[in-house]
Design a protein around this ligand. Sequence first.
Ligand SMILES: C[S@@+](CC[C@H](N)C(=O)[O-])C[C@H]1O[C@@H](n2cnc3c(N)ncnc32)[C@H](O)[C@@H]1O
Length: 214
Amino acid sequence: MPLDAKKIAEIYQSKVAVGYDFSMGHFFPVYKKRAFEESSLKPGDRVLVFCCGTGADFGPILEKIGPQGLLVGVDFSGLMLAQAAKKVEQNRWENVELVEADVTDFAYTGGASFDIGVCTLGLSIIPDYRRAYANLLAHIKKSGELIIGDMQLATGWKSIFNPWTLLMAKKFGGTPEGHQNAQDLVQQMAKDLVEVKKREFFLGAYFYLVGTLR
Ligand SMILES: C[S@@+](CC[C@H](N)C(=O)[O-])C[C@H]1O[C@@H](n2cnc3c(N)ncnc32)[C@H](O)[C@@H]1O
């Protein structure tokens, strides 16, 4: 399946959304949490989360920014956001705003008012990933931070696991093209950011990158 925004929207408006937390809740949270630990997230920060889905990253982010911070989560799937809204309600988080929008053209009032921009498991399934990435950057303050996590195809001996990675990611919209795009973005981030920390997990199938805007 080639990368196709309409297909991705269909996937996340289907039963995939309903079973998402059950399918994805096993391995990724541990790796993702490490990124938030390594970031500069601190009490009072304003955080913009693109492709927030069911809000899987909200807990560890809110732990860091506290009740005086703000988390704005953006996703174009109403079904995924409905689950995020449930988490918000159950946990009585009062500083979370959920916005149903396409991250390639989302615009927050106040523009570049965020300290940190986050996107995990999102950019590699967006055909216009460069536009989404540029839009996330456009909302972050000068010297703010970016936290990106995504699937990738491993290199070297670990590449023997790539067919498994592709199989696992397919149900969620993952494609070889998208994994390649993630690598393209890593190179772009190396240019746009300083103090970059890049880590790989899952036999090279998942990476995160934390860096400060130049
Ligand atoms: C694999 S899920 C990741 C969700 C969450 N970040 C996580 O790590 O659990 C991908 C999410 O990206 C959203 N998404 C994909 N393309 C999008 C776009 N162009 N605009 C907004 N959301 C998008 C989907 O609806 C889905 O919720």
